[in-house]
Write a protein that binds this ligand. Sequence first.
Ligand SMILES: *Cc1c(COP(=O)(O)O)cnc(C)c1O
Length: 503
Amino acid sequence: MASSHLLNSSSFLSKSNSASPHHHRYPCPTILCAATPSITSPPVLPPSAPPPGLSFSAKYVPFNSISTNTPTAESYSLDDVVYRSRDGGLLDVQHDMDALKQYDGHYWKTLFDSRVGTTKWPYGSGVWSKKEWVLPEIDDEDIVSAFEGNSNLFWAERFGKKILGMNDLWVKHCGISHTGSFKDLGMTVLVSQVNRLRKMNSPLVGVGCASTGDTSAALSAYCAAAGIPSIVFLPANKISMAQLVQPIANGAFVLSIDTDFDGCMKLIRQITTELPIYLANSLNSLRLEGQKTAAIEILQQFDWEVPDWVIVPGGNLGNIYAFYKGFKMCQELGLVDRIPRLVCAQARNANPLFQYYNSGWKEFSPVTAKTTFASAIQIGDPVSIDRAVYALKKSNGIVEEATEEELMDAMALADSTGMFICPHTGVALSALMKLRGNGIIGPNDRTVVVSTAHGLKFTQAKIDYHSGAIGEMECRYSNPPVSVKADFGLVMDELKKFLSERR
Ligand SMILES: *Cc1c(COP(=O)(O)O)cnc(C)c1O
């Protein structure tokens, strides 16, 4: 554990960031060329390993063919602009596993470990350090990266011990990242692919998405970095101020639409069939290739030991599948010998997957999502429902839910032990508290809670909670400031009161 703790230190990130000045977009400046290897040279390899042939490849196949394990003749190049299979189903990126299997688990572990924290474009990124498993065929100079990933895996010692009687609880802080959510992981992949297509003279005029906030923030930042126009459909008055200002600041064309997320999603899908705008929603399976690297990174940070549980908050449900896929690839390619059990955590106000799970997977019905503080998962008709069900069945997974009060209390409790998490992470922690409570998760189980966004995006929710200003909610862990006149005696009185209560 000591060694994984070292890896947790995000200090190497600043090093990577400062030395990754998007040099692929400029004529190669001499200083950079001297400091980094030629951008067309192959990845640095462990000395004992054979050089990889340039034979790694990936293509789109119908997700059905994977979930039902039936071979199909239907497939598309990743350079095609296609989001759905012929029968209207989901697509999935399928890697040439036989080619990847030419190298054993030890080779991949050593290769990935050798890239962590380096400044080598683009392999210092947590996503592109796994490039052969993500987008093997893209040229390094077409990649649009902010050296995302490599996020802190935090040992939640005090929260685990004090609140849950657990000593092996970890929070994967994916939200401490370029735009403040784990959506950066997938967006670097999608925007890189669009960048490649545009260089190949594709007619794409821009990239568009509907968003509950974080997708649009990530899309607009990566597009701005590459000079690609971004178009964002947001549900009016349903996202946080911080999330709204991100695409505005990054120069996106922002349409604030008088509907909910599901309404925005429907519109953008219609629009992208009419106009040459690339669809950036997670219907687009490219993004999941980047998201899945968070799972690989968790294993890497544990020195390739497999945790017992991984808990992910779910809305549109692409991510629960992305985590499964990342873990599964590590197992299939011999890096680990098993995968963790997955838990998908939903807000009760937007819980179609939880209801489906509770029916024994009998009947799925979309719901109308009600307002939740976990606004990024306020989704009633999840696009990736089939992906989620597959991932949960294959990982012996569980679905839990959290009420508004539960998720806000969990967030406040976590914050009181030194974290500063978002409400979605509060949903995941509530799920953990329930599964600990009923004994399904044991006191010594190594458990990872995926933290999906930065708490600073959700200050208003925290302010409301700590001022006890939320309708019916007791806000029992609120910690409001004490107002006092600028008078020595009065200040002393308050302090004495505080200190005596502490004793
Ligand atoms: C997108 C998102 C999620 C959920 O991911 P899905 O793939 O939509 O299930 C959770 N938390 C945050 C902060 C997000 O932005």
